[in-house]
Design a protein around this ligand. Structure first.
Ligand code: NAD
Ligand code: UDP
Ligand code: UDP
Length: 343
């Protein structure tokens, strides 16, 4: 098998990175919804490199073909332009359900659509899983804890969400997605995995994403003001994308069915974070305070003892290392956008 693998990689796949050819028994057909997005595309890379067949379903609201273009034409890869709010009929063994805008400016742009994607879209993926007997992993979020009154947040905390505020379309949408997952598990015996993902950053974040990491890096690189919303005393804990992908794959493979925090517990205030990025990038940016945003969670840090215990998982990439890689990516992106007007 190894010989065939080497030969095929040399001959057939010379345009692609090395791909393993799994035994038929181990090879899976895997659907990744939102696979053209930031997290999804890194997950797709990992699954393709492991030799699985991957179907990406995306409506390209915030995702880009560019994120997965290196796989186009590969016999194990398929990309479908489709909105998960509509039913989907494919035959797969596993579903990673990531389709949903994730950054506050994007999910607030069309709150009704955000709710539909997270509720109707999730029903469709659970219905699909039921028909084909697939295992489903739902990309939930630390936002289910809202503006938390418990710190750090462990999975047993029920959360503190404003159900009618500007973030509710996303927070409550994800809470319903979780509720649906466990209802399908109870009623239909569907194998579900629920990842509560904490703030994640890395290459392929969209330039106009609006999240703090991309904003601060782009501002620092262009010597623009670094914009802190509020007094900057609110905290976040940032995880590098490869750590998240490790966690998602480990969770899918595990027998653990309750929600699982996947995040990096190293916590910083946003003010500290602005200084860290300014120091790493250099330049002459001023750090300025703008008006606070409504319902902004004041503290966020995952308790990851569950992931350590059941997945033997913990983040490996330090903030400095992850930021350096992300800064290098945005340097290239800025260069690219100067050379072309195409997004
Ligand atoms: P992203 O915006 O880069 O990716 C989301 C993808 O979903 C995009 O490709 C988008 O086009 C697609 N999509 C959106 N609505 C769709 C629909 N109706 N039908 C089909 N495709 C649709 O965001 P991301 O950071 O990669 O987030 C991926 C998932 O992880 C999301 O579910 C998000 O809620 C979750 N998450 C991310 C973070 C984070 O910090 N990145 C934190 C918590 C949870
Ligand atoms: N569904 C889908 N693909 C499938 C099977 C179902 O998209 O392969 C959708 C279908 O449109 C349905 C939803 O999933 O609305 C829920 O399916 P379920 O079987 O739970 O419900 P029902 O079809 O009985 O309403
Ligand atoms: N934030 C900021 N300046 C920015 C973007 C975000 O100060 O340009 C703050 C935001 O108010 C929040 C934190 O950074 O307190 C993280 O915001 P982000 O949108 O990245 O993710 P969230 O965790 O709020 O979903």
């Amino acid at each position: 098998l190894q010989l065939i693998e080497t030969k095929l990689n040399n001959v057939v796949n010379k345009n692609f990175p090395i791909v393993k050819f799994l035994n038929y028994k181990n090879r899976k057909r895997i659907l990744v919804t939102g696979g053209a997005g930031f997290v999804g595309s890194h997950l797709v890379d990992r699954l393709m490199l492991a030799g699985h067949e991957v179907i990406v379903v995306d409506n390209f609201f915030t995702g880009r073909k560019r994120n997965v273009e290196h796989w186009i034409g590969h016999e194990n890869f398929e990309m479908v332009h489709h909105d998960v709010v509509r039913p989907l009929y494919v035959e797969v063994d596993e579903i990673y359900h990531l389709a949903s805008p994730a950054s506050p400016p994007h999910y607030m742009l069309n709150p009704v659509k955000t709710i539909k994607t997270n509720t109707l879209g999730t029903i469709n993926m659970l219905g699909l899983a039921k028909r084909v007997g697939a295992r489903v992993l739902i990309a939930s979020t630390s936002e289910v804890y809202g503006d938390p009154e418990e710190h750090p947040q462990s999975e047993t905390y029920w959360g503190h969400v404003n159900p009618i505020g500007p973030r509710a379309c996303y927070d409550e949408g994800k809470r319903v997605a979780e509720t649906l997952s466990y209802a399908y598990q109870r009623q239909e015996n569907i194998a579900v995995r629920v990842a509560r993902i904490f703030n994640t950053y890395g290459p392929r974040m969209h330039m106009n994403d609006g999240r703090v990491v991309s904003n601060f890096i782009l501002q620092a690189l262009q010597n623009h003001s670094i914009t802190i919303y509020g007094d900057g005393k609110q905290t976040r804990s940032f995880q590098y994308v490869s750590d998240l992908v490790d966690g998602l794959i480990a969770l899918m493979a595990s027998n653990y069915t309750q929600p699982m925090n996947i995040g990096n517990p190293v916590e910083h205030t946003i003010e500290e974070f602005a200084k860290i990025i300014k120091d790493l990038v250099g330049g002459t940016s001023q750090i300025v305070e703008l008006q606070a945003v409504e319902d902004d969670p004041q503290r966020r840090k995952p308790d990851i003892s569950r992931a350590k215990k059941y997945l033997n998982w913990e983040p490996k990439i330090s903030l400095a290392e992850g930021l350096r890689k992300t800064i290098a990516y945005f340097v290239k992106e800025l260069q690219r956008s100067k050379n072309s007007h195409i997004d």
